[in-house]
Ligand binder design. Structure first.
Ligand SMILES: Nc1ncnc2c1ncn2[C@@H]1O[C@H](COP(=O)(O)OP(=O)(O)OP(=O)(O)O)[C@@H](O)[C@H]1O
Ligand SMILES: [Mg+2]
Length: 396
């Protein structure tokens, strides 16, 4: 290459670089303007929400006042029970304290519907990374059902479900877990232990959840922490390990030597050990092989059908949603944009396109058949057997 060519090349690169920098600067500027606009909108929303928060707090105070009598009776019952039984060998002070604590919160029933009322949440408030993950979302998750939460990456799914057990607290509105309120901007949730006992949450990244020296103590940690007898809780570990398909002799191993999928199994066992009413699972099958995924879907399905546990599952796997969900919540840009049965959601092509989600394999097949002149897309089905039945009926 001649010197002239070299010079021209360098010059061209410099111009290109300059243009790129200009574009980048422009993007930064427009992003920053957008962020500021959103920031101000949220500020306004919070201001408008102030009177709601006052009303919620008032309502809560009245509820606590009205339930005083019930609580006092329950507390009295526990005190009498303790004075009559404290000499017995198996009645420990810890046992008594946990019973007393339960009596003190006896006005709360966490098993009812979980309602999100106008909840918003912003990460990194006031920083250059500020991001509004929940934008005045409204939603009710029914009791005793399997609810799937779907939506593209970044739509606010993990943020929404973390409100259920007080890991984060909304900046507007409130979350009601049964009749237990978590009002926006609450600094410290009273009875947070009881809430977390009832609402067991398995994180999207379970490695953040395990912190004990052995798998056994990790699984038994929750119940012991909430006052259950240590020996009994440890005794239950082998059964829990079996339930999540891990060898029983893993009990004494360190959780940190496990693979991602195995850590998830331990985290799920720990949540089941708490025996709460609701299990919240954020991408529970990440890192598992297809066989493991199927086993877990069956486990969640059984926990719901046989023990009436409410299951809330965030997943990108639409085949799983079709397989087990009673209701599907669709999140988009921090809002709930649709709620319906799997059939209602998966037969809505426009909605699926908007959230860039592919329907389950069986629905894809049904649509391909429709293109070939055999239409069963108006039929409700979950399994290949049900689809086959509809096809047979159509071609009769
Ligand atoms: N700790 C954080 N700090 C700053 N921004 C965050 C933080 N956590 C989440 N976000 C942002 O908030 C938005 C919503 O996040 P969230 O984790 O709720 O989404 P998601 O729907 O669960 O996504 P995915 O399907 O990828 O798990 C995302 O754009 C994310 O980048
Ligand atoms: Mg997530």
């Amino acid at each position: 290459m001649s010197n002239i060519d070299n010079y021209a090349n360098k010059k061209e690169n410099k111009i290109k670089h300059k243009e790129q920098m200009k574009e980048l600067n422009l993007k930064h500027k427009t992003d920053s303007i957008k962020r500021k606009k959103k920031h101000n909108e949220t500020k306004k929303l919070m201001k408008e929400d102030k009177k709601n928060l006052v009303a919620f707090n008032k309502e809560n105070k009245k509820f606590l006042k009205d339930s005083k009598g019930i609580v006092q009776d329950k507390v009295k019952e526990v005190l009498t029970w303790y004075s009559e039984n404290k000499e017995k060998e198996n009645i420990t002070k810890k046992h008594f304290k946990s019973k007393l604590q339960r009596a003190k919160k006896s006005m709360y029933d966490f098993s009812g519907p979980i309602s999100f009322e106008n909840v918003s949440y912003t990460y990194g408030w006031g920083t250059p990374f500020e991001f509004k993950a929940l934008d005045s979302a409204d939603l009710v998750i029914k009791k005793g059902k399997i609810t799937a939460v779907i939506g593209m990456t970044g739509s606010g799914k993990s943020t929404l479900i973390q409100l259920t057990n007080g890991l984060i607290i909304s900046e507007t509105g409130r979350t009601l877990v049964g009749n237990f309120p978590i009002i926006a901007k609450t600094k410290k949730i009273k009875f947070v232990k009881e809430l977390r006992r009832e609402i067991g949450l398995v994180f999207q990244f379970p490695e953040y959840q395990l912190f004990q020296n052995t798998i056994e103590s990790d699984i038994a940690f929750g119940p012991i922490n909430l006052g259950a007898d240590k020996e009994t809780s440890i005794k239950k570990v082998p059964e829990l390990l079996r339930l999540v398909d891990l060898p029983e002799d893993y009990a004494k191993r360190s959780p940190f030597d496990l693979s991602g999928g195995q850590k998830r199994r331990v985290a799920i066992a720990g949540i089941i050990a708490m025996d709460g009413n609701t299990l919240v699972l954020d991408e529970p099958t990440g890192g598992l092989d297809p066989h493991g995924e199927e086993d877990f879907m069956k486990l969640f399905y059984d926990l719901n059908k046989k023990q009436n546990k409410r299951i809330i599952i965030v997943t990108h796997n639409m085949d799983h949603v079709l397989q087990i969900a009673d209701e599907v919540i669709v999140m988009h840009k921090g809002k709930v944009i649709s709620i319906g049965t799997p059939f209602e959601i998966f037969s809505n092509n426009e909605l699926l396109k908007k959230i860039e989600i592919e329907p389950p394999k069986l629905y894809k097949l049904a649509h391909k058949l429709k293109d070939k002149g055999l239409d069963v897309t108006d039929k409700n089905f979950r399994t290949i057997e049900e689809l086959a039945k509809h096809i047979k009926e159509r071609i009769k």
